[in-house]
Design a protein around this ligand. Structure first.
Ligand code: DX5
Ligand code: ZN
Length: 214
């Protein structure tokens, strides 16, 4: 199980330090939650923050766009240093166009299925994405309670991947903690986003180690 700490739960006043610590604690990926206050009722940061994070890590930078019409900005997030750009297809007016831009930049692309969205929305694109993100909370905030029913979408994603030999990895995003990560793994999760579980931990290194070995 790869662990992708979400910097949404980090100290924004010391983001460079937080990103450096994630690597020191054994984190595998930096998960960056971009929110526009329209698709979700919260606003976080944009391309300048991704540039700043990029300067302070050699870990993969996984940018999760919770913004409307992401096709407008996927290219700019690639240029800012993202290695992976994922977005919500229900927020997009041109899903294929957005995926094509990310791929044209030589980056990995992914789609995100929000907690209140059916899995069907991503089916037409499963043959071309590198990452399938299943929200296990409703997008918008860190520190929410895990929604176990969302794991049914993980199971569907794994079943289709096996049947069609798709290449994507499956990421669970939201409310993942030490107590539920084994259930995530059993369902087929490859990468677990962990924001509050890591940044609110008394011993983040131990937390990541426990989650790695679930
Ligand atoms: C929520 C974000 C998640 C969140 C995870 O909209 O997409 O990545 O930051 O934080 P925790 O692990 O605290 O739920
Ligand atoms: Zn996220």
């Amino acid at each position: 199980m790869l662990i992708a700490p979400s910097v949404l739960s980090a100290d924004f006043g010391n983001m460079a330090e937080a990103v450096i610590e994630v690597k020191a604690w054994g984190g595998d990926i930096i998960h960056c939650d971009v929110m526009d206050g329209v698709y979700v009722p919260n606003i976080t940061f944009g391309m300048p923050m991704i540039k700043a994070i990029r300067k302070n890590t050699d870990l993969p930078v996984d940018v999760h766009l919770m913004i409307t019409k992401p096709e407008r900005y996927v290219g700019a997030f690639c240029d800012a240093g993202a290695d992976i750009v994922t977005f919500h297809p229900d927020a997009s007016e041109d899903v294929q166009g957005a995926l094509d831009i990310i791929k044209s930049k030589g980056k990995k692309c992914g789609l995100v299925v929000n907690a209140d969205v059916d899995f069907d929305i991503v089916v037409p694109y499963l043959d071309q994405i590198d990452l399938l993100v299943i929200m296990t909370v409703q997008a918008g905030f860190g520190g929410q309670s895990f929604k176990p029913e969302c794991l049914d979408k993980v199971r569907t994603g794994e079943k289709l991947r096996n049947e069609h030999e798709y290449k994507y990895l499956i990421e669970a995003d939201g409310g993942v903690i030490e107590d539920n990560i084994a259930t995530c793994k059993e369902a087929g999760v490859d990468i677990a986003v962990a924001g509050s579980a890591v940044f609110r931990s008394k011993d983040p290194r131990k937390t990541i180690e426990t989650m790695h070995n679930c």
